[in-house]
Design a protein around this ligand. Structure first.
Ligand code: SF4
Length: 267
């Protein structure tokens, strides 16, 4: 386990800049996916064009307009995500609404990555980096007084029998795992800390606390699903370290957690 270290005020920006390269896998696969969607749409329109023309010109124009609008929403959304992620300027729109761009393009990107045998974990880690940069870009719109920290149950060392998913304060802070540090951090920064053993409990906790921002610690897969699940609540994802294999005695880099806390608390 890494100890908490005070990060400089510009930590969030520094993390964003140093991790710029790691955003490219997700963004690249999304742009390739968009190109494929456009090609499929163009082919479909080419095939139905003669039939639509014979049925009704109005119907033809409507179908072409709908196809154009669909592509404009996806392409516009991906352009805004890319520029915001790479520059840090908050160009995300619409505010507080569900994003159809990531929801539609991400599954295609995952499929393409699988086809070319690109490491799925790397793609998901890249998605988390892009998501974090989008969260940082929205800084001015995020109020930092109701922040929820979601921790995976596997942070608790396997020999400990304290029931921390009911209440993290059942931890006696024996320092055998990172959970005790989180209890202290929660008290220090007035954060709600919840330990969850899966997506269902995580969703329940989010619905219960209605946070303005979430710091989520988890593996790439759980973070990717969770971030999309709770959208548009801004999430700062921290990928855990799994030196003992998945889901057992995991650790987390507390520097990253500290950066996330400082970002949400505007410190
Ligand atoms: S720090 Fe808390 S959760 Fe971790 S082993 Fe000790 S009592 Fe259990």
């Amino acid at each position: 386990m890494t100890n908490t270290v005070t990060a400089p005020a510009s930590a969030a920006t520094g993390v964003q800049a140093s991790a710029a390269w790691s955003k490219f896998p997700f963004l690249s696969f999304c742009w390739i996916s968009l190109t494929l969607v456009a090609a499929a749409e163009a082919l479909l329109l080419y095939l139905v064009y003669p039939r639509l023309e014979t049925i009704s010109l109005n119907l033809l124009y409507t179908v072409f307009a709908a196809a154009g609008a669909f592509f404009a929403v996806l392409g516009g959304g991906l352009t805004l995500i890319t520029v915001t992620s790479l520059t840090g300027a908050d160009l995300l729109y619409p505010h507080g609404k569900r994003s159809v761009t990531v929801k539609l393009l991400f599954p295609i990107a995952v499929f393409l990555a699988k086809l070319v045998r690109f490491d799925r974990a790397k793609l998901m880690a890249s998605f988390v980096k892009v998501n974090n940069s989008l969260t940082i870009a929205q800084s001015k719109r995020i109020k930092g007084n109701r922040i929820l920290v979601l921790l995976p149950h596997c942070l608790q060392v396997d020999v400990c029998n304290r029931k921390i998913t009911n209440d993290i304060n059942n931890c006696v802070r024996c320092e055998k795992c990172p959970v005790g540090s989180f209890v202290q951090i929660g008290e220090k920064h007035d954060l709600k800390i919840e330990v969850v053993n899966g997506g269902t409990l995580a969703r329940k906790r989010v619905a219960m606390w209605r946070p303005q921002g979430i710091i989520a610690v988890a593996c790439e897969r759980d973070l990717t699903l969770g971030i999309q699940d709770v959208h548009p609540v801004p999430v700062y994802g921290v990928i855990n370290d799994r030196h003992h294999g998945p889901c057992v005695n995991t650790c987390v880099d507390m520097d990253n957690v500290d950066t996330a806390i400082r970002f949400f608390k505007k410190m």
